[in-house]
Each structure stands twice: as C-alpha cells, then as structure tokens.
Design a protein around this ligand. Structure first.
Ligand code: SAM
Length: 388
C-alpha cells in the first residue's frame, strides 16, 4: 500500500472534490491541533480575567487603606474592590462550568470510542492543575443567585471582604437544608448506596442516623489543603459510629501529627495498623524516604463498648490500582481491611469514595454500604463499577 493510500485510509477521506491522501491527513492533523489550541486559549482568557480582577481589587484596597476609613471615598474604594473580587468569582464559575462541560463531552466521546477527540479533555493538556479544576468547579456549582445574593449582603452590611469559604458554607447549608426534606434512604446488603456530594452536606442524620454505623473505612485525600477534613471526619464519626464501632482512616505520613490531632478532637485514639503495599517503594522526596506501607489510623468513640479484638495489625495489599481513580487502592488491600474490621451484614461507610474500591469490596463481602464523593465523576465511576 502506498503512502497516499495509507493517508486516505487513516482519515477516511478521498471523496470527489475533497482533498485526499497525505494532504488530507495533514489537514486533519492541523484541524485536530487547532481544536486542542482553542480550549488552551479559553483557559488563558479565564485566567486573564481572574488576574485582572484580582489586580483591580488590590489597587482599590490599597487606595482605601490610605483614606479615612469612614469617608465616602474609602467606602467607594472598598465597594469597587468587592465588585472586582465578585468578578473574579464569576470568572472562576464560568471556567468551572466550561471545564465541566468539556470533561463530560470528552468522557462521552471516550465512551463512544472517539479517542482522537477525547484527547482534548485531559487537564494536563489544558495546563490546568487538579487544584484549580476543583476550585473552579466548586464555585461553578453554586447557583448564580446565591452568589450574587452573598455579594449584595457583604456590600449592604459594609463588610470589607468577600470570603470564598463563607460563600461555600452558605451553599453547603442550603444543600443540607434541601437534603433534610428528602426521604430516608436505606442500604441493603449487596446494594450499596452511593451519593454525590460533600460528606459534610450529604451524609445527614436522615441518610445515616446517629450511632448506626459499624465501621467507617476510608481513604481521605492526604495533601495539606485537606487536613481540615479530618476535623469534620472526627465529628461525623463521633455522631454515626455505634459504641462498638471503629473509624479506620488510611493516610500518608507527611501530616501524620495533624491527622492525629484532628481525629482526636471528637474520638479516642486506639491504634495505628500498617497497610503494606507490594511493588516498588514510593519515594517521598520531602522526607527523603522510600516507603512500602501506610498508616491505618484506628479511632473509636470516647465511650466505646464491646469493641472486637484486633488479632493482627498488618494488612497486605497487592499494590495500588489506579484504573478507577488516580489515588485508587487495590481491592485486595481494601478487602483485607473490610474483612478483618467488620462482619457480614455490618453497615460500613466511606465518605471519600474515589473510584469506589470500598463500595465494591463491601458488596462482594456482603456488608451494607453507604458512601459519597464530592467529585461527581468519581461517583459515576463507582456506579459503573458496581453495575458491572
Ligand atoms: C484518596 S481518594 C479515595 C480513593 C479510593 N480509596 C479508591 O480506592 O479509589 C479521596 C477522595 O475524596 C474525595 N473528597 C475530597 N473532599 C471530599 C469531601 N469533602 N466530601 C466527599 N468526598 C471528598 C475526592 O474527590 C477523592 O475522590
């Protein structure tokens, strides 16, 4: 077969009047390249708007700082700063919606077998970090009217700052209120209940009543910016665990002190077990260590009773499994934990599902299961995995 034939066959062109052969193949490559460039430029545009808004806010605040606080001019400058910050949030929301749409389209194309187009949708291709992506999508989830109502409240009450955290809290409270109106859902053995959303919002008293859970077996995100989640996890566990119940939190070692401190706020420390991973050692450059195990932090209620004996504190995993989640654990490792730290029929909860390894293992080992994840894509993967 000649090069010409090969080119025409690869792109399926060669119809009368339409370029065929290597030229067509080249044009298709250029078109594909242009398609990739467009989203990259779109990201740059969003970033420019965010940077301009931040700069405008900073200039306005500097002006306000040299004026008499009570003067109209200072109030005006603060108001301009708040508008600029609101503009930045709006750009983040727009970027989040756009990214979500792009990722969904990419996923649909991937599932439809169109590999060429699906290359458009990876975050590294776009130069967007995972942190940025979740930051933008987090803001995008907040309905516009809630965001603008918050901005108006800040201005009216003469507060000086827009707080991202405060806005997110308002949104979480609204969602929690909505969930409270929904009927109770119950998990049966073999039919895990998997819910999209932040565990602090979706795992309410209606979904999981107090003192009903036998084990929380979970693998929260380890980076520094997630440490505050361990405080909330401690509060959640203290509410839902039975007196004989156990929290098992897998974690890294870099912020071990912080995790232990946070989990201790509402619970009693029991033990640190070892989750031993096969395969090459993971290098933790900051600590100059190659490691082959992770701590499993075991906590229980402060008024714990009838806690089962743990005969062995070593748990083996046959390596990680990144097919379903970039932080995924193996089914073998999770099964070792679930099997030894809960009994058939027990209610197990994982508030940080990721690719759903705990859910799958619990279904297979006949535990009842409730889990959630803030990332809708992770919940979709879990549901697909459970359905297969
Ligand atoms: C380390 S991963 C879990 C991986 C999982 N063990 C597996 O095998 O696939 C942690 C997960 O927690 C989720 N997450 C982070 N913050 C959350 C929150 N506030 N509520 C619920 N899920 C959250 C992340 O989206 C991520 O999927």
């Amino acid at each position: 077969m000649s090069d010409r034939d090969l080119g025409a066959q690869t792109v399926g062109l060669g119809v009368c009047g339409v370029p065929s052969g290597p030229e067509a193949y080249l044009m298709e490559l250029i078109r594909h390249d242009e398609q990739q460039l467009a989203p990259v430029e779109q990201v740059a545009e969003y970033r420019r708007t965010m940077a301009r808004s931040k700069a405008a806010a900073s200039v306005a605040r500097q002006q306000a700082s040299v004026l008499d606080k009570e003067s109209d001019a200072a109030r005006e400058a603060i108001s301009v700063a708040i508008d600029a910050e609101a503009n930045c949030l709006e750009a983040e929301a727009a970027a989040g919606r756009w990214l979500d749409d792009l990722l969904r389209r990419g996923e649909r194309e991937r599932q439809g077998g169109d590999r060429a187009k699906s290359q458009l949708v990876t975050l590294p291709d776009l130069g967007v970090t995972r942190m940025e992506s979740s930051r933008w999508q987090e803001i995008a989830e907040i309905p516009d009217d809630i965001r603008s109502r918050y901005v108006e409240t800040v201005k009216r009450s003469q507060q000086r700052w827009l707080s991202r955290q405060r806005l997110l809290r308002i949104w979480r409270e609204e969602q929690a209120e909505r969930r409270r109106q929904e009927p109770v859902r119950i998990s049966e053995p073999g039919a895990p209940l998997v819910i999209p959303g932040d565990f602090r919002v979706v795992l309410t008293e209606e979904v999981i009543p107090d003192s009903t859970v036998d084990a929380i077996i979970t693998d929260p995100p380890y980076p520094r910016e997630y440490i505050e989640l361990f405080d909330d996890l401690s509060r959640f566990a203290a509410r839902v665990l039975k007196p004989s119940g156990l929290l098992v939190a897998m974690c890294g070692q870099s912020y071990l002190f912080e995790y232990l401190g946070s989990l201790s706020t509402q619970l009693a420390y029991r033990w640190t077990a070892a989750y031993i991973t096969q395969g090459p050692r993971t290098r933790v450059h900051a600590a100059h260590v190659g490691t082959g195990w992770k701590p499993l932090l075991l906590f229980q209620r402060r008024d714990a009773r009838n806690v089962p004996f743990l005969l062995d504190d070593l748990f083996d995993s046959r390596g990680d499994d990144k097919r379903f989640h970039h932080w995924g654990q193996s089914e073998s490792g999770m099964a070792a934990i679930v099997e030894r730290l809960s009994s058939p029929g027990a209610l197990v909860v994982d508030p940080f599902l990721g690719g759903g390894t705990t859910a799958v293992v619990c279904r297979d080992l006949e535990r009842r299961f409730i889990g959630c994840d803030i990332d809708k894509a992770a919940v979709n993967v879990t549901q697909e995995r459970l359905a297969s």
